[in-house]
Design a binder for this molecule. Structure first.
Ligand SMILES: NC(=O)c1ccc[n+]([C@@H]2O[C@H](COP(=O)([O-])OP(=O)(O)OC[C@H]3O[C@@H](n4cnc5c(N)ncnc54)[C@H](OP(=O)(O)O)[C@@H]3O)[C@@H](O)[C@H]2O)c1
Length: 256
């Protein structure tokens, strides 16, 4: 029997990268999984690959009314909701001399506002003492600076604050709220990040890679599945004693 048998889970940004890996792991552990994101073709590709066990719908996390409506609809469709993984996110450089109000708001609204109101909608539909779990995907940039990526780091640092406050607010209901803070994880987002750092160094990706990994004691990037394994732990009975925590998976790049 899977560790998430009988659970209903929603993974935002579940069509690609880390979200897709979490959806795959959750489904293989017996959960009924819904995924959402803006690109329907990515969601369909992921749902098809997971053999019809996963449902999907398009959603823009910046549309906060739609976020609340859709999460309620998922709970209606599946007869409840146990696990929300706030994984959808965007990143990118925002140096202070160049960042526009629009870029700043875009990152904060997607990564922070969307996640918070998704959590609120999910909490309204989770039953007390019935395996309720919120898992927020942050970054080590919440604790250690990525120079020139202020909007991204600020959004994820605030998400750690959300994690701790909500964890306290809902503890009496037997619901847990935790964050996972990854370092480099292979995905479209990290590919773009590496390209941008390499460009800023005036180097090719191959030339820049040793310098990028020099800050990572284990000298590697994680696979998305490593984050997914921790998400299963937090979502399952095994994680019942963890709340308000931030679990770092960074190959040693940040040690808390
Ligand atoms: N890869 C890393 O090194 C790394 C490290 C630390 C933390 N993270 C975090 O991990 C999470 C997943 O990132 P990833 O690495 O797997 O990259 P990714 O493949 O780019 O995943 C991001 C996902 O978020 C969705 N998304 C973005 N904006 C959205 C919006 N407005 N509404 C709905 N969905 C939206 C994207 O789908 P659509 O574009 O189709 O909407 C995509 O599926 C992010 O929160 C990221 O900050 C990644």
């Amino acid at each position: 029997m899977g560790r998430l048998e009988g659970r209903v889970a929603l993974v935002t940004g579940g069509g690609t990268g880390i979200g897709r890996a979490i959806a795959e792991r959750f489904a293989s552990e017996g959960a009924r999984v819904a995924i959402c994101g803006r690109r329907e073709e990515k969601l369909k590709e992921t749902a098809d690959a997971i053999d019809g066990k996963v449902t999907y719908f398009t959603l823009d996390m910046r549309d906060l009314d739609a976020v609340e409506r859709s999460i309620s609809a998922v709970a209606d469709e599946h007869g409840g909701l146990h696990v929300l993984v706030n994984n959808a996110g965007i990143s990118g450089p925002t140096p202070y001399e160049e960042v526009t109000h629009e870029q700043w708001r875009d990152i904060l609204t997607t990564n922070l506002d969307g996640a918070y109101f998704a959590a609120r909608a999910a909490l309204r539909r989770m039953k007390d003492h019935d395996h309720g779990r919120i898992i927020n995907i942050g970054t080590i940039g919440a604790h250690t600076p990525f120079p020139g990526w202020t909007a991204y780091c600020a959004s994820k640092a605030a998400l750690v604050g959300v994690t701790k406050c909500l964890a306290m607010e809902v503890a009496a209901r037997g619901i847990t709220v935790n964050s996972i803070l990854p370092g480099w994880v292979k995905s479209d987002m990290s590919d773009a990040g590496v390209r941008s750092i390499a460009a800023a160094m005036g180097k090719s990706v191959e030339e820049a890679m040793p310098a990028i990994l020099a800050d990572v004691p284990l000298g590697r990037m994680s696979d998305a599945d490593e984050v997914a394994a921790m998400a299963v732990h937090l979502a399952s009975e095994d994680g019942r004693g963890m709340t308000g925590s931030s679990v770092v998976i960074s190959n040693g790049a940040y040690m808390n």
